[in-house]
Ligand binder design. Structure first.
Ligand code: SIN
Length: 181
C-alpha cells in the first residue's frame, strides 16, 4: 500500500478529464520536457486500423511544460495509480519528477510518459501529417479532434498556450475546411 499523499502532474487529457478523486489542483511547470503529439492511440482516440495521435513528453534541454498537478489523498493514491496505469496502458510509464507549483514550491510528482521507441511511438511526423491523422481518427473515448481541441482550450485557460498544440489546432481547422469545400 502507498501511505503517502501523491501529486500527479497532468499535461494532456488528464488536465481536462481527471477521472479520479483529488483534494487540490494547482497549475504547475515541469522543466526539461516538451509536449508532443507523437504517441499513437489505438484504444482511446483511434483504433488499431487507424490509430489517433495523442500527447507524450519528449526530453528537451531548456524546454518546459505547463500542466496541472493534482494532490491525491494517501488512502486513495494506490487505487488512483492502478486506474491510471490502465487508462495510460498504451505505452506510458510512471515516472517520478520534480515540478514547480505556481506560487514557488517544488514537489515530487508522478507523471505518465511514453518514452521514445515504445510500441506506440509514431516518431517524428510533420505537423501537417499529424493533423491529417487527427482529422480522421475516432476511438472509444471520442474523436481525436475533440482531444486536440479540448487540450488547446485547457492550455489557453492555463494562460500558457503551447505553440505545437496551437499549430495542430490551426492545421486541423484548415484541413477540415478544405475537405468540406
Ligand atoms: C496526461 O494527460 O498527463 C497523459 C497523457 C494523456 O492521457 O493525454
Amino acid at each position: 500500500m502507498n501511505d503517502r499523499a501523491l501529486w500527479l502532474f497532468g499535461y494532456g487529457s488528464v488536465i481536462y478529464r481527471p477521472s479520479f478523486p483529488f483534494v487540490e489542483q494547482r497549475c504547475a511547470t515541469l522543466r526539461g520536457w516538451a509536449r508532443r503529439f507523437s504517441q499513437k492511440s489505438d484504444d482511446h482516440r483511434g483504433t488499431p486500423a487507424l490509430p489517433g495521435r495523442v500527447v507524450t513528453l519528449v526530453a528537451r534541454e531548456g524546454a518546459r511544460v505547463r500542466g496541472v498537478a493534482f494532490r491525491i489523498e494517501a488512502t486513495r493514491s494506490q487505487s488512483v495509480l492502478d486506474e491510471l496505469d490502465h487508462r495510460e496502458r498504451a505505452g506510458y510509464e510512471r515516472s517520478a519528477v520534480t515540478i514547480e507549483l505556481d506560487g514557488g514550491a517544488h514537489a515530487r510528482a508522478v507523471v505518465y510518459i511514453a518514452h521514445r521507441g515504445n510500441a506506440w511511438d509514431a516518431g517524428d511526423e510533420r505537423e501537417d501529417e499529424i493533423a491529417a491523422t487527427i482529422l480522421r481518427a475516432h476511438g472509444p473515448s471520442g474523436s481525436n479532434v475533440e482531444y486536440l481541441f479540448r487540450l488547446a482550450e485547457a492550455l489557453r485557460a492555463l494562460g500558457d498556450p503551447d505553440p505545437h498544440v496551437l499549430a495542430l489546432e490551426a492545421a486541423v481547422r484548415a484541413q477540415g475546411q478544405s475537405v468540406t469545400q
